[in-house]
Design a binder for this molecule. Structure first.
Ligand code: ATP
Length: 245
């Protein structure tokens, strides 16, 4: 599809195109397209920009990843399709491991995502040979590697589902969630929740991490930060409502 750069929804249309291509190639599941739509709706309400609450969460995330013994970035089809280079850059900047971990896991989809990440510069991607299992998650969803997710102390899970976040928390891990929906179960269950679009959030964390090596982890109150993000959405809806006197 040819969309002129001047189109007001250029960025959004380009992201949709990437997802459609990734869906056609088998990297993204059907449900991934629906999940993206839900994210877009919340991004609209946030003004399609990184809000100050997200910036604060991104700073905490960068510091936590840098201070971790075994930091891991969990990758699904949507994230791999939308920002593969940014994932690789973040993994190198920390340094952190990349592990593909899917809700709709098939061997074929796993291989395609691993290849896609390697085509975009990843040297090593975990996930294809699972040798551990996240407790309480039924068979395929719980598969992971001992080197990566199973033993991670800090894990970044962009676009995750709520029960996996809760289970990872129960395992004692610090879980950093990226989710445009501050009301999702994942957002509420995260240790640090970044209410931002993933293609903005990942490069922001990388840039912050590059300038923060050796810095202490700042104090961060996830519930308070989420409340402020929700207040911001409420306020912006009220402002819009006022236009229709
Ligand atoms: P939960 O179990 O946490 O309540 P859910 O079932 O609402 O999750 P899923 O379909 O598992 O949601 O995951 C999609 C989530 O990811 C949605 O909450 C959506 O807002 C968010 N999302 C989708 N695309 C993006 C994106 N590009 N950047 C950030 N968040 C996104």
């Amino acid at each position: 599809m040819t969309v002129p750069k001047s189109h007001p929804r250029y960025e959004s249309l380009m992201k949709r195109d990437k997802l459609i291509d990734a869906y056609k190639s088998g990297m993204v599941a059907e449900a991934g397209m629906i999940a993206h739509g839900r994210g877009e709706a919340f991004d609209y309400l946030l003004g399609e920009c990184t809000i100050p609450e997200a910036e604060e969460a991104e700073m905490a995330a960068a510091a936590l990843l840098l201070s971790a013994k075994n930091p891991v970035i969990s990758v699904n089809g949507n994230v791999a399709a939308l920002c593969p280079e940014a994932l690789v850059e973040l993994a190198e900047a920390i340094p952190a491991k990349l592990e593909v971990n899917l809700f709709y896991r098939t061997d074929e989809r796993m291989k395609k995502i691993v290849k896609h990440l390697k085509d975009h510069g990843a040297k090593k991607v975990l996930g294809l040979k699972p040798d551990a299992h996240i407790p309480d998650l039924e068979h395929a969803r719980g598969l992971c590697t001992n080197e990566g997710i199973f033993t991670a102390d800090v894990i970044l899970v962009p676009l995750e589902d709520g029960d996996r976040v809760q289970t990872l928390r129960k395992m004692g891990k610090t879980v950093i969630v990226i989710d445009l929906n501050p009301l999702s179960r994942s957002a509420m269950a995260g240790s640090v929740t970044i209410v931002d679009e993933v293609t903005r959030a990942i490069p922001n964390i990388t840039e912050l991490a590059r300038g923060m090596k050796g810095h202490p982890v700042p104090k961060f109150d996830n519930a308070a930060n989420l409340r402020r993000a929700i207040d911001r959405i409420t306020h912006s809806l009220f402002e819009i409502r006022c236009v229709f006197k």
